[in-house]
Design a protein around this ligand. Structure first.
Ligand code: SIN
Length: 485
């Protein structure tokens, strides 16, 4: 397929190992979810190539770790500037392989670039500590050193930003990286790697591989003696599988896994703002983000008014190919995703939910933005991550009931609530068992903020100064002075 880029060199279809672009005969197809046509082919990395990527990263990492923070900052800043310079081409690639509307894809490129920018600045702020020892003549200080070679596995729903959110802090900290991005969306990853190379990231410091049997890569990443850290974004099932293996080998691990975000609308909420919040968090990326609203809990006093307002706004949403102008919702990623949401809707209807809006497949992988009311705890839409454009409301009658419903999940990534009461702002945000809470806002993602969850949603944080710590090890240096005679 011709991607019609202004800068066609961005479109790579090779592996990237030790600064070399490696083509291979064993290739797999990549599809455009908007028309399900093949848009290109990518090499399937052999076990030897994965091994070579890890060894290259290890060797290149030794030198990278000794570079000054200022030097790393300059290279990362150059990478950031190149990403911004090519943002339109990168967004076009992203839309073609992932499906999200071009405007949203452009937003993701800028969001992704913001992590490079933020961590470029953090590269020069790797502070340690000077301690006050309890023993006379002792001195103690703490330094933070790069953890070593990092392995990363990233998902298809944010083919750009989930990569930069892992790679930028790793590189800023002085680590080298082998990354296995999603096989559904390889072209965004390779374009980023190409720009990293142009920016001066040394050969071997960043390596990109793919394999259509991803568990094979997971097996290598979690057992290889040269890998010191694994960062994974994806499903809870896979995250637990990786964690089991990684912990058997005592590798440091960060996991950003599934979510089941409640969105609570109290009776004193500004309903128009709440509707705006639900639209932006439920339908972002066609409902395919881990922090998408999954359960709308609405006080029964305002339930009907809220549903009426939400339905009106939902009729304004346009579904279509991401390259068409004015489109708000693109296709689902693949047929499996479509099967999952159809099953979730069927289950809810069988258990008593009502369709307020939508509920139909339009064509191909395009699903209508859908609103169901009358949800209850027995439904799959309450317990499972929907990951599609189906919104479900659940009524409640007290703060206690709302909190109980919200926390009745094994997940703990993001939660949102809308209220005008300062009392509730504190009590509810403290009572919600989630890693991130949005109060009167559904926009919580930011390079400066710690992103991550608790319970089955994972461990570790990305973005912010906490995100840098994931790639550093803390070392104590203790010394004893000669006593003064
Ligand atoms: C995700 O789906 O995990 C990413 C969402 C975000 O970074 O805003």
């Amino acid at each position: 397929m011709n991607f019609e880029l202004n800068f066609p060199q961005l479109l790579r279809n090779e592996l990237f190992i030790n600064g070399e672009w490696i083509a291979g005969n064993d290739r797999f197809p990549v599809y455009n979810p908007a028309d399900q046509q093949v848009i290109g082919e990518i090499p399937n990395a052999s076990l030897q190539q994965i091994e070579s990527a890890i060894r290259s990263a290890h060797m290149a990492g030794e030198n990278w770790a000794t570079r000054s923070g200022m030097e790393r900052k300059k290279i990362l800043s150059k990478w950031h500037d190149l990403v911004i310079e090519h943002e339109k081409d990168l967004a076009r690639i992203l839309t073609i392989e992932q499906g999200k509307p071009f405007r949203e894809a452009l937003g993701e490129i800028r969001y992704g670039a913001s992590f490079i920018d933020w961590f470029a600045s953090e590269a020069v702020r790797n502070y340690g500590d000077v301690l006050m020892p309890t023993r006379e003549n002792n001195r103690m200080h703490v330094i933070k050193q790069p953890i070593g070679t990092v392995a990363a596995i990233t998902p298809w729903n944010f083919p750009n930003a989930m990569i930069t959110r892992k790679i930028a802090p790793a590189l800023a900290a002085g680590c080298s990286v082998v990354i296995k991005p999603s096989e559904e969306t390889p072209f965004s990853a390779l374009a980023l790697a190409y720009l990293a190379q142009q920016a001066g990231i040394p050969n071997g410091v960043l390596n990109v591989i793919f394999n259509i049997e991803p568990w094979k890569v997971g097996e290598v990443f979690t057992t290889h003696p040269l890998i010191r850290k694994l960062s994974f974004t994806g499903s809870t099932v896979v995250g637990k599988w990786l964690a089991e293996r990684a912990s058997a080998n005592l590798k440091k691990i960060s996991l950003e896994l599934g979510g089941n975000a409640p969105f609570i609308i109290f009776e004193d909420a500004d309903l128009d703002r709440a509707v705006h919040g639900v639209i932006s968090s439920k339908f972002r990326n066609n409902g395919q983000t881990c922090i998408c609203t999954n359960r709308i809990l609405v006080h029964s006093l305002v339930e009907r008014e809220f549903i009426h307002k939400l339905k009106r706004k939902m009729t304004e949403l346009t579904v279509g190919s991401g390259l068409e102008r004015g489109v708000d919702l693109g296709p689902l990623i693949n047929i499996k995703a479509l099967g999952k949401i159809s099953e979730i809707q069927k289950d809810a209807l069988e258990k008593g939910a009502t369709i307020e809006q939508g509920g139909q497949l339009k064509k191909g992988l395009f699903y209508e933005p859908t609103l169901l009311s009358g949800g209850n705890r027995s439904m799959k839409c309450f317990t499972d991550e929907i990951f599609g454009p189906i919104a479900v409301t659940y009524p409640f009658n007290s703060d206690e009931e709302a909190l109980n419903l919200a926390n009745s999940t094994d997940y703990g990534l993001a939660a949102y609530f809308y209220t005008r009461s300062i009392e509730r702002v504190h009590r509810i945000s403290e009572g919600l068992e989630f890693g991130m809470v949005g109060v009167n806002t559904a926009v919580i993602s930011d390079a400066t903020a710690p992103f991550g969850g608790i319970k089955n949603s994972g461990q570790g944080r990305e973005g912010s100064r906490y995100g840098m710590d994931e790639y550093l090890s803390v070392k104590l240096v203790a010394l004893e002075l000669h006593p003064v005679e």
